[in-house]
Design a protein around this ligand. Structure first.
Ligand code: TYD
Length: 399
């Protein structure tokens, strides 16, 4: 049973960027409410959208659009090969192959439901199943490959509603001594940073180690190591094994993280109620900043057409009256309009920020990369607005 602690209002589908013609038609909206399930210490959005509506041949998000992610996946592949040297490596949610391209084609399997992305890895020569992850697919793969000794998934498991089915399928396919590695935004970070924009239709869950431990227990699996990552505003990487596998010892990191999470109160509803209040305040403060700047005729853009900012803009009612345009490099987003708020998305180029006074950090999770890139403009007076950890105009940027 989930108990609601946050109401983020009526929201459109976060990655459904619109053509001009579509902005004139009726959009689909849903109620974005967030709840806490005390049995699993699990935080989830309460109304889910059917997967096929979100992950199809038009899914715009591409991992390769950020240099940070390209480098990050390159380094990760080296680490996985060094630590595990898998005979068969499978990635759930392989997107456009940004991680996979670092692995041996003969020993790797991509699983990706979005046709536009699955096509890319197929073209690159990787065996790609254009499917949603489930037991039926796991059975099909097992018939062909017998065992898979490393399953990896970054920012995909939290997108799947039926977690029972997810873990059942993984357990079925993973070899006895195999390892499952999951990465997803950390609930502890999300709460500490007030980053309520982690919640949108695709992010059904925001996990903590507490919740992961409880979920996996039901499938005779356990987390034996956990690492803190800086990606997506602070994520956790969970190293998971079957309980019967004693090749890997439970690391100290597990107790340390569990202690941090319980100390912060991630197992208590009260903590989430406090977060809910903080978010309501954040909404008022952010709106005030935009309105004040607009009164002074400042030119404001948004940096990155992110799914996260869809939540912020629709919740705070920040639209094309306050933001001139959104800048992004992703080909599938450029020329379109933001969902719900209809702000034009323009192709980023190195002159885009000329004559701009303020940029909202929609892609705040890449702020270091962005600040480095925009050094010249920052020195010339460009300022950034952010809502995390608190709504503010960032005073000092060291570049
Ligand atoms: P992401 O942070 O993955 O956000 P979400 O999961 O909320 O959609 O998306 C980052 C977006 O920002 C993506 O569309 C690419 C864009 N982007 C740029 O246009 N320029 C940049 O320098 C960076 C870092 C990102």
């Amino acid at each position: 049973m989930y108990k609601q602690f946050l109401n983020l209002g009526r929201q459109p589908l976060a990655n459904k960027f619109l053509t001009k013609a579509q902005t004139l038609k009726k959009e689909v909206f849903y109620d974005l409410n967030i709840g806490f399930n005390s049995e699993y210490s699990l935080v989830s959005i309460l109304k889910t959208i059917p997967s096929k509506k979100m992950f199809n041949d038009k899914y715009p998000y591409r991992s390769s659009m950020s240099n940070t992610i390209i480098k990050y996946f390159y380094n990760l592949s080296k680490k996985i090969i060094k630590d595990f040297n898998p005979n068969c490596f499978l990635e759930i949610g392989s997107n456009d192959g940004t991680l996979m391209k670092n692995f041996d084609k003969k020993k790797s399997i991509c699983v990706e439901p979005c046709k536009n992305h699955a096509k890319i890895t197929t073209r690159m020569g990787y065996k790609t199943y254009q499917n949603f992850w489930n037991l039926k697919l796991a059975k099909k793969i097992k018939k062909k490959y017998k065992t898979v000794d490393l399953i990896y998934s970054a920012n995909a498991i939290s997108h799947i509603n039926d977690l029972k089915s997810v873990f059942k399928a993984i357990r079925y396919l993973l070899s006895e001594k195999g390892v499952l590695i999951i990465e997803d935004p950390s609930l502890l970070n999300c709460l500490k940073l007030g980053s309520y924009d982690q919640f949108y239709n695709e992010h059904i869950y925001v996990f903590s180690l507490l919740s992961m431990v409880k979920l996996l227990k039901k499938h005779d699996m356990e987390v034996y190591n956990v690492e803190q990552l800086s990606t997506h505003g602070g994520s956790l990487r969970y190293y998971i094994k079957k309980e019967s596998n004693n090749k890997f010892k439970i690391q100290k990191s597990i107790n340390n993280q569990l202690l941090k999470e319980t100390k912060y109160g991630l197992d208590k509803f009260k903590t989430y109620k406090i977060f809910g209040k903080k978010v309501e305040n954040s909404k008022k403060e952010l709106k005030k900043i935009f309105v004040n700047l607009k009164k002074q005729n400042k030119k404001i853009v948004s940096y990155g057409a992110t799914a996260k900012s869809c939540t912020v803009f629709n919740y705070c009612k920040i639209g094309n009256d306050l933001i001139d345009c959104v800048l992004d490099t992703t080909p599938d987003k450029v020329g379109k309009y933001t969902p719900g708020t209809h702000i034009k998305i323009k192709k980023y180029n190195k002159n885009s920020l000329k004559n701009i006074d303020f940029a909202f950090l929609s892609a705040w999770n890449f702020k270091n990369e962005i600040f480095m890139k925009e050094k010249k403009y920052i020195k010339n007076g460009l300022k950034f607005i952010t809502h995390t950890p608190n709504p503010q105009i960032i005073k000092k940027i060291n570049v």
